[in-house]
Design a protein around this ligand. Sequence first.
Ligand SMILES: O=P(O)(O)OC[C@H]1O[C@H](OP(=O)(O)OP(=O)(O)O)[C@H](O)[C@@H]1O
Ligand code: HPA
Length: 187
Amino acid sequence: MNNLISHPAIKKVLLTETDIQAQVQRVANELTEKFQDNEQRPVFIAALKGGVIFATDLLRKMPLDVDFDFIDVKSYSGSASTGQVKVVHDVNMDLAGRDVVVIDDIIDSGRTMQWLSDYFALKGAKTVTTVALADKREARVVDFDVDYYGLIVPNEFVVGYGMDYNNYFRNLPVIAVIDFDKLNLIG
Ligand SMILES: O=P(O)(O)OC[C@H]1O[C@H](OP(=O)(O)OP(=O)(O)O)[C@H](O)[C@@H]1O
Ligand code: HPA
């Protein structure tokens, strides 16, 4: 089987596995400090599919008692945002009065995280904290600042560690930039 990292459509590696884990550990420490004296367990909600790999690594680095749930939202087709966030699968938990922490892989236009933040507030969350591994802040089209992030990425389409191009490269263990001229070699 071919090595995914040496796939011709992978143009440049931005972060190695070791670099990623160092940033995940830093964010885990920051969140542990924030929630360690909470009386009630915070609810960590991972946004499917991209946010799951980051969320499972993050939670295992936090020595805290937490609730864990998922929401599946979609807004991308290939590398283009449709501009509309659609809920494919909703959370199961009652969020009224809870401290909610939303985890996603990347914030690009900012639409998804802003929408999720508003959505959980409408469901009655006491607080909503946003966390993303990658912050592509140059690409924002809405005015949104994430509370905690692992790294800032350039305004290019990135893949790996949960981030995909049409469901390819999610399981790439590094974070890399895709070569759009070689996308015909995918599949
Ligand atoms: O800031 P934005 O421009 O909204 O982009 C970020 C969102 O786009 C991706 O999700 P996608 O809709 O591709 O679903 P997926 O996680 O299942 O790949 C990513 O996982 C974020 O949720
Ligand atoms: O750069 C990106 N890569 C993967 N998924 C994404 N969703 C929004 N931006 C991106």
